[in-house]
Design a protein around this ligand. Structure first.
Ligand code: ADP
Ligand code: MG
Length: 393
């Protein structure tokens, strides 16, 4: 997705106020009634409607009048809110070129005031996981405040918390700089994803280092779950950095053994294919059950994995709770490991996203009883009334 930040410069205080009002409304509505946006924003003389038109022009909100006159944030609108907040905090001052398109994210360079270049990852979790979300409809029926903002924000919070905790425990990960909404800012990794590396001076050493990381993670109670050539970066000195953490799970997860073996398998397969490490191939073939794992020299999950203490203790300290972890696991089942069908998936899902009104249906049902309850719901869902009030000053 193209991120045209030029418009950021031309947006007024009122624009952001109304954009924020739409965001607040989305905690309870997939499509926020225009009237509710107006009430939250509290601009005089019908100002909200004029501003909404401007936001629409810049594609920061989407207008939906299929059931009632309403608006929702677009990804761009959500991007702008996060970027504006991070710029206000002084985390960076400019957004540069896009450096990565992940399955569930877009990655950009950003520059700080002193010219340091960092990486900004914008999570797009809800959109890509739409199919998975659909299959969990029963669960969603009971959650009126479910939406992609929530999922993307949760993914970013998780990634930030894991990056920070892993870095503090000596793992080679980017430095976690800051996090807001669906956006994580981290140090820029020098180097390339392993998938782009055609030759290594010391493939054996790099291989050992990478397998060593999977093992060390498990010793800390964690499994990456998407540990492959797309999420491992290599620099010119063949140093390894691992990235991409929203799908990590604890070794106490019910599918832990399978995820661990899959991570190991990915690395064995890739190295035997790309770098002709023949003994890896020999070990890599065939049944990968636990007893075989011991025999063929692969790391064995049961003899490594320790308790899940790391996850609970250190991550809770970074603001990512056990409950958040349970929530997000409902949507990302340990990563997909299928990067091949990427573009068709993206297109398909984007289409579904544009045309589907399924989620709106349940909101429409709620709407009848909503008018009186709005004010109450808002203060509840916004965490505190102060947020709404702050916006009015
Ligand atoms: P996704 O979850 O969508 O797969 P990733 O975190 O794996 O997203 O990032 C996608 C791509 O963006 C990576 O393969 C890499 O090329 C690039 N990238 C991500 N983080 C950084 C970083 N900190 N520094 C440099 N490049 C990065
Ligand atoms: Mg990735």
């Amino acid at each position: 997705m193209k991120l045209d930040v030029d418009a950021l410069r031309y947006l007024s205080k009122d624009d952001f106020r109304v954009l924020t009002a739409v965001e607040m409304g989305m905690r309870n509505h997939e499509i926020v009634p225009a009237e509710l946006v107006d009430r939250i924003a509290g601009l005089k003389h019908g100002g909200t409607y004029k501003v909404l038109k401007n936001l629409l022009k810049h594609k920061l909100v989407h207008h939906d009048s299929s059931k009632y006159d309403g608006f929702r944030l677009t990804y761009l609108g959500y991007d702008f809110l996060a970027i504006k907040t991070l710029v206000n905090r002084g985390v960076f001052t400019a957004v540069g070129r896009q450096i990565g398109v992940g399955k569930e994210s877009d990655i950009f360079e950003v520059a700080t005031e002193d010219g340091t270049v960092l990486a900004m990852k914008l999570h797009r979790l809800g959109r890509i996981s739409f199919r998975a979300v659909k299959s969990k409809r029963d669960y969603l029926m009971h959650r009126s405040n479910y939406n992609w903002l929530y999922l993307s924000r949760l993914a970013a919070l998780k990634e930030y918390a894991f990056m920070k905790a892993l870095g503090e425990n000596g793992f080679p990960v980017p430095d976690a700089v800051d996090c807001n909404r669906h956006c994580v800012v981290m140090s820029l990794v020098q180097g390339y994803p392993l998938v782009q590396v055609k030759q290594l001076e010391h493939p054996d050493e790099v291989f050992e280092t990478i397998i060593g990381l999977v093992v060390r993670l498990a010793e800390h109670g964690l499994i990456h779950c998407d540990f492959n050539e797309f999420n491992i970066m290599i620099d010119d000195d063949e140093r390894v950095t691992m990235i991409d953490f929203p799908q990590m799970v604890s070794v106490s997860h019910r599918n832990a053994q399978m995820y661990f073996d899959r991570d190991v398998e990915c690395i064995y397969k890739f190295f035997s294919r790309r770098f002709n490490l023949s003994d890896q191939e020999d070990r890599g073939e065939g049944d990968s059950s636990e007893s075989d794992a011991e025999e063929n020299g692969r790391p064995s999950f049961s003899s490594i994995a320790k308790s899940a203490g790391f996850l609970d203790r250190e991550l809770a300290a970074s603001g990512f709770t056990r409950k958040d972890q349970d929530e997000i696991e409902k949507f990302i089942e340990g990563g997909t490991g299928q990067k091949d069908n990427l573009s068709s998936d993206v297109e398909e899902l984007a289409e579904e996203e544009e045309t589907s009104n399924e989620v709106n249906d349940s909101v429409a049902t709620n709407l009848n009883s909503l008018h009186l309850a709005d004010q109450h719901e808002l203060s509840e869902s916004c965490g505190d009334k102060a947020a709404v009030e702050a916006l009015h000053h």
